[in-house]
Design a protein around this ligand. Structure first.
Ligand code: PGA
Length: 254
């Protein structure tokens, strides 16, 4: 596992941009797994800049997003489809036919989840999966307790997530209670996973994910099993580590 500790959010975003850019330049038809949330916004801004000013070409890239709310149409402001188009896809030359985001309005959700898994397989698997981590150790909507072998499926959102989301909705009926999410097992099949974390709020979860035993109670701890995990954290998110991580080795701090 390669763990890089950098100064702050900006440095984390710069470094993540180098990793994603290198992946696309090395393999223009890369399959990239994208994440939503606050963490990758700096990365996405920089990818737009790399496209506009340094010729980064997304035309052959295939994308798969981690998750989406059930019941929200893609044009809904809170949907992850809306997030991806407004924060990245609308601003680069991605081929819309190669963009995959789970469909929150699918009629048959189980069938859709199976189709999503098949599409990933048919695309040759995900080359690089971008990941954030929840303060509770979740990855995508795989909350604590999720099977470490899970596949793309529908999950009930935690009471806390539903409550946190309520403020974004005028109509309480629209607050999603379910989401479609890639499973931990699906995510771990990506050839490389790139886990990003910034800020004090993530420090405890990062410590548990990297330095404590693997457990379904911290789904992100599954990165310990991945053969090519690349973690970029800033000083605050790294502040609870007992070990100094460098060159893929963890040594006690003094
Ligand atoms: P954040 O979310 O990037 O908004 O902190 C990450 C996550 O919950 O997976």
């Amino acid at each position: 596992m390669l763990v890089e500790v950098v100064d702050d959010y900006e440095a984390m975003s710069d470094r993540a941009t180098e990793v994603v850019t290198e992946q696309i330049r090395k393999k223009p038809d890369s399959v990239i797994g994208f994440a939503t949330g606050g963490t990758p916004k700096g990365l996405y801004n920089r990818l737009i800049d790399a496209h506009e000013n340094r010729g980064l070409d997304f035309s052959k890239v295939t994308t798969f997003n981690l998750d989406e709310y059930v019941g929200l149409p893609p044009e809904h402001e809170q949907s992850y489809a809306h997030y991806m188009w407004s924060n990245l896809f609308d601003h680069v030359n991605v081929n819309p036919g190669r963009v995959h985001i789970p469909q929150g309005m699918a009629n048959d959700i189980d069938e859709h989840c199976q189709w999503y898994e098949r599409r990933i397989e048919e695309a040759g698997g995900i080359d690089l999966q971008i990941l954030g981590i929840g303060a509770n150790g979740h990855i995508a909507f795989n909350e604590p307790g999720s099977s470490l072998g899970s596949r793309t499926r529908i999950k009930t959102l935690t009471t806390k997530t539903v409550e946190d989301n309520a403020r974004f909705f005028d109509d309480p009926e629209m607050v999603p209670e379910y989401a479609i999410t890639m499973g931990v097992g699906t995510i771990m099949e990506a050839k490389t996973v790139l886990l990003l974390a910034s800020g004090e709020r993530k420090a405890q979860a990062m410590k548990k994910a990297l330095e404590e035993p693997l457990t379904a109670m911290v789904p992100a701890s599954m990165v310990q099993m991945h053969r090519s995990a690349h973690v970029i954290v800033d000083d605050e998110a790294a502040s609870q580590f007992d070990y100094r991580h460098h060159h893929g080795i963890a040594e006690p701090k003094d």
